[in-house]
Design a protein. Structure first.
Ligand SMILES: [Zn+2]
Length: 679
């Protein structure tokens, strides 16, 4: 939508161009009408704003609107520093009779190539790291939605226009993680439209006037994803949560050589831990899922007792600890089974409710479709009491760490539950209340560490470790494969060293876990050999990618026969070699700061992946075109810099690295790691 603006510089009036194309942002206001109605008014619906410029400061002022009233004003103020401008926004004088509900600011149109990558952080499907998604911008219609995301991993998006062209970046600097989301659309011709949409706290004093509780930075730069992350990192480092996370004692986690993400009975999850520790001398962390009596996804948050009874379970944990293992156990931190008898004792009063009174719930376990887990708000005292009871049992068993599922990627956004005392709508109550709940757990169980799903920056100082399954993204068919879609380790580039991050779905033989309580037979019976034969590199790619990104080495559904059967000797050797290499290089891969990776030249390969999730019913093949050597560049706390490279393929691979800190070339043996130190 075009609207002329006039730049006031002394006495000179200068015409400028459409929303954002001149570097100036627009906005959108949403008035709430009842439980579902919304009246949307954009800056383009106003008369031209007055633009005042003094040195590096710019002030945009819009006045009067037929619906909002003659006395309505909206003001955006920007301060320019180099290629970046930092913006604030406020408005006042709404006399429409409807309250302000949401404000989208800034809304900027930035130039985009006909086809180019969008860097963002979705919240679904384990997506708090960076997605680089190829967008065919030219084929889109103006206003067409490209993505809408809570962006839990980091609050910036970037339009990457490739070498020789400017890229464009928008961040939201909000250390409170107020409710909101990025919206990316096709803008005017040749432009992408980027916006942050803020969900307001709906209190009477905000109905007519409001000032956004964050600044937003718009920046033009030359570079790719890493340059954008490095820019955001400079701000992230100034937050108290970053400092609190970095100052923690991480010694219990730093020594871990390998995570085993395993499910089921002690008889199957403990022996591989003991075997690997004996073979390598390294500490294993067991992330123990589905230990409880009922079927997964059933009767949450009431998990206790364990399948084989409390005494046996406690003895099993003590056996693990005596072996030197780190022990972590699964709970879900924010869902309640609405089909369980306990639901009537506080379920509905605990849910995160939408404006229309509905809430999200899902039968995640497709083999158990009669049980739906509902997402809860941070204000859920009766749920918290139940979780505390569960943690008390588990802490008594001696577990080192409690995993609280889903908080890292889902505990965001507004809530309109009328039973709650927090202000209705958006604001920071959701993250504030979840943080208060986690602080309560820590205070009640000092010494017990906490872990969660994905890497949410709002909780970077609350969780000591995070499971991240992004290194297995190809197996989620809906995400896409390279070169059209690739994950990049943005969270590590910003927050590496703040918490331990581990995880993937890498299974040595690609055979999913089967819970004996499920009502259906496993579809893969009789197909085990083809699952391995048809996807010979899937395990190595998924497994190697994590440590290459600075994650702790991890395996999924790892059983004793994977360590002892000669059929898996090559994979087991790669697991052992990787864990030993990681352990020797923790000053980079656990403690270090990620540096610009530069560019690495090596052969590429087309890799088939089995699209198999935890609740798999069939297998579909996806193919991804990948470099045979993964790498990143790191600086240790003492200032030492090095590149870490891994060849995941089954052939020797030549490589040539050029990065600002480290460059070199060589040949890597099959399934091998190397550290290249700066000269
Ligand atoms: Zn609530």
């Amino acid at each position: 939508m075009k609207s002329k603006r006039f730049l006031v510089a002394g006495a000179i009036l200068v015409a400028v161009t459409a929303v954002g194309a001149d570097g100036f942002p627009g906005f959108r206001i949403e008035l709430f009408d009842g439980k579902t109605g919304t009246v949307s008014i954009a800056s383009g619906d106003f008369a031209a704003p007055t633009v005042t410029q003094e040195g590096e400061r710019t002030r945009l002022a819009w006045k009067g609107h037929p619906r909002l009233g003659d006395g309505f004003t909206a003001t955006a103020e920007g301060v320019r520093s180099g290629d970046a401008t930092s913006w604030t926004f406020s408005c006042a004088g709404n006399s429409s009779g409807l309250p302000l509900g949401r404000i989208a600011f800034p809304v900027v149109d930035v130039p985009c190539a006909d086809k180019g990558y969008l860097l963002h952080s979705p919240h679904a499907g384990g997506g708090t790291m960076g997605w680089k998604k190829l967008i065919d911008w030219k084929s889109l219609k103006p206003g067409q939605l490209v993505c809408s995301t809570l962006s839990p991993g980091f609050r910036f998006v970037a339009v990457l226009n490739g070498e020789g062209r400017d890229s464009h970046y928008l961040d939201v600097r909000d250390a409170k993680s107020n409710a909101g989301r990025f919206e990316v659309r096709k803008g005017s011709a040749g432009h992408a439209r980027l916006a942050w949409v803020h969900d307001m706290p709906l209190v009477p004093e905000n109905a007519a006037a409001y000032r956004l509780p964050y600044t937003a930075t718009v920046r033009t730069y030359r570079g790719d994803w890493f340059e954008a992350a490095a820019f955001y990192r400079e701000w992230a480092k100034t937050t108290s949560r970053f400092a609190a996370a970095k100052s923690r004692d991480m010694s219990k986690l730093r020594d871990i050589g390998l995570w085993m993400w395993n499910r089921g009975l002690a008889e199957t999850v403990i022996p591989p831990v003991e075997r690997f520790q004996k073979d390598t001398g390294l500490k294993v962390a067991l992330d123990w899922y589905w230990w409880f009596k009922e079927m997964p996804g059933t009767f949450y948050p009431d998990y206790w007792p364990p399948r084989k009874g409390a005494e046996k379970f406690k003895a099993d944990v003590q056996r693990l600890k005596a072996s030197g293992a780190f022990t972590q156990v699964y709970l879900n931190g924010m869902t309640w089974d609405e089909d369980a008898p306990s639901w009537k004792d506080g379920g509905i009063e605990s849910v995160a409710m939408r404006r229309d009174g509905t809430y999200f719930s899902c039968a995640y376990n497709r083999f158990n479709p009669d049980h739906h887990l509902a997402n809860l708000c941070g204000e859920a005292p009766r749920f918290h009491s139940r979780i505390m009871e569960q943690i008390a049992h588990l802490a008594d068993c001696g577990f080192d760490s409690i995993y609280l599922d889903m908080i890292g990627c889902n505990a965001y956004g507004p809530c309109f539950n009328p039973a709650h005392r927090h202000v209705p709508g958006g604001g920071a109550h959701m993250t504030d209340d979840f943080r208060a709940y986690l602080k309560g757990v820590k205070a009640t169980f000092p010494g017990v560490l906490l872990s969660t799903e994905d890497c949410g920056e709002a909780y970077v100082d609350m969780f000591d470790s995070n499971i991240s399954t992004h290194s297995s993204y190809e197996r989620h068919g809906w995400i896409g494969t390279a070169p059209d879609m690739e994950f990049v380790p943005v969270f590590q580039a910003v927050y590496h060293g703040c918490a331990a991050v581990f995880g993937n779905y890498a299974i040595v033989d690609n055979v999913p876990y089967w819970d004996p309580r499920w009502p259906m037979k496993p579809w893969w019976t009789g197909h085990e050999e083809s699952l391995r034969r048809d996807y010979p590199d899937q395990f190595a790619v998924e497994f190697a990618r994590g440590p290459a990104w600075g994650l702790q080495p991890s395996v999924h559904n790892f059983w004793l026969h994977h360590a002892t059967n000669a059929a898996y000797a090559a994979e087991y050797r790669f697991i052992c070699d990787t864990a030993l290499f990681y352990h020797d290089n923790r000053r980079f891969l656990f403690d270090g700061e990620m540096l610009n990776p530069g560019s690495l030249t090596c052969a590429k390969a087309r890799v088939p992946f089995a699209e198999v999730s935890v609740f798999a019913e069939k297998v579909t093949t996806r193919t991804s075109e990948l470099p045979t050597v993964f790498h990143n560049v790191w600086r240790s706390p003492s200032g030492e810099t090095a590149a870490i490279l891994v060849n995941w393929s089954r052939q020797a691979q030549a490589w040539n690295l050029k990065s600002p800190a480290v460059s070199g070339e060589g040949v890597l043996a099959p399934r091998a790691w190397v550290r290249l130190s700066a000269k």
